[in-house]
Design a protein around this ligand. Sequence first.
Ligand code: 48F
Length: 261
Amino acid sequence: MGLDEIIVTQAIVDRFMEKLKACLKLDVAIVGAGPSGMVAAYYLAKSGHKVAIFERKLSIGGGMWGGGMMFNQIVVQEAGKHILDEFGVRVYPYKEGYFTADAIEATTMICAKACQAGVNIFNCISMEDVVVREGRVCGLVINWSPVETTGLHVDPLTIHAQYLIDATGHHTELIKVIERKADGKLFTPTGKIVGEKSLWAEVAETTTVENTKEAYPGAFVCGMAANACFGSYRMGPIFGGMLLSGKKVAQLIQERLKSET
Ligand code: 48F
């Protein structure tokens, strides 16, 4: 049997459009496919919610691939280990309370399980704006990342979602847009993004989870974006807090969605 290139093209276009059309109205739209965003998406999809992640880069994984300074190993502490276990990532004891995992294995296993739980991941797509109605966010404005990087004058498209998650890491990009454009204040002590402090792993790991919460009506923060938004430290290549934060934001949103039905 010969291969018909046009069928290959049709298959890709049809399947992609099916996937995109299925995601025009979501329960939860997540910006950023780093560790916290992918973990959040997995738990939300596993509990039956319609969830998609929009990731600017071609690759998923954010800062997880690179371990510490491109030494592609990550460290997790006791508290976060069970999440790597749940994703089937092999974890090796190092010293009491410290475990290591291969950064490549961790990134790919988390992503694979998220996809198989029903998460749709759209790579090469950037969030450039939000939809706000009556003081609450209810959608994302997205565009192809190459449009953003080349500065083409092309209008974006819109996705509606009941909840948004900022999982964009250090840059807190979703909340930055909300801070700049939406009426009202953020739920931070200053009403603005407080900003990330320098590195203090022990404190940062705890506050990442504490700061995982709603930052503006309908918009939650997780991972490093949580610490940047509410003003805490960075932590370097220890990932327990990222994983726990992803799980926590999924639980918080699940409770909200449940209370609304
Ligand atoms: O930075 P990132 O890995 O976020 P995270 O889940 O994890 C942080 C750790 O990797 C590490 C750390 C732990 O010690 O501090 O840095 O908080 O992933 C964020 C992802 O969001 C994407 C970005 O490309 C990255 O993959 N992203 C950022 N802004 C946008 C975006 C945007 N406007 N649209 C789409 N994706």
